[in-house]
Design a protein around this ligand. Sequence first.
Ligand code: 5GP
Ligand code: MN
Length: 339
Amino acid sequence: MNKNDITAIKALLSTPKNIVIVCHKNPDGDAIGSTLGLYHYLKQYHHKAQVITPNDYPKFLKWVPAEDSILKHDTQTEASDKAIEAADIIFTLDFNAFHRTGQMQSVLETSTATKILIDHHQEPDNYATFTYSDVTMSSTCEMIYHFIAMLEDTDKIDSNIATCLYLGIMTDTGSFRFKSTTSTTHRIVAELIEKGAQNASIHNNVYDTNSYNRLQLLGCALTNLRVLPELRTAYITLTQNELRQFDYKKGDTEGVVNYALSLDNIIFAAIFIEDKQEGIIKISLRSKGNFSVNEFSRSHFNGGGHNNAAGGRSETALDTTIEKFLSILPQYKDALNHV
Ligand code: 5GP
Ligand code: MN
């Protein structure tokens, strides 16, 4: 995003507009934080703003300021489509390609609104009028901070905006411990606390509201953990039956893959979760160092993401998916042992 883009966006936002803000399917903390952070900012300029998510999100995100104003496209399709069709501007946040929005893809593609992409995933599609893409960024929330700074408007950051942006930076950096966390990230986070983000209660809302069943499901996942020391890889499986046994709720498996990655000497971790409803195996991949799970997922599992965190899917059964995974791995033996 260059100076001309910023000047043009400033001009665009100088009069009240109909603005829609969207994120990817199965929104996480960064998706909800960035969309609502931007929402609170735009509201200060009396724009008509509406956040639309493709579908619902976990309970541990249902406290964020103005979260109850969000439209969910899968259950509120008519109202969502109407808002998208009436939009002058659509901000697309925390994703790189329209297919990441699931069923929203077609209505977004046909919309003639000015599109502004802000995202930190690799290889963004070229659909937007204004693209602010930076794969080195910890989170889209950190980019929203920079975006507001480029508009010379950090004075406008109030406690609502600060709370939202803190949330997404916290969740996407694994609480400020991943490599993408820079000194700038910490400076921004410090400023957000000064502007009213209640850091301890945000952590509590996201991480310390577990149900007993969720912890039992984690126990089950850890029991299913398999380790391949010679390939420095560990993986976890969860069947639909296991999810049912522990009364699975959206978000219950979030972060579970990180336990596999926390093993000494392991640099590649995966979790395979059976989703009979969608007829797929949902895959989450994580790595340390140079081993790119983005490339691995793009090449073999129909997904992508970042170098050290990516998602993917498989349309075959869980056991055949694992067989495929195990058969592919040996070709990466050198890469996995030279990180
Ligand atoms: P997760 O494993 O938590 O679902 O995803 C890890 C990261 O990869 C997140 O930043 C997520 O947005 C991204 N991601 C997940 N699935 C896909 C996918 O199919 N394509 C792309 N490009 N990114 C994905
Ligand atoms: Mn993100």
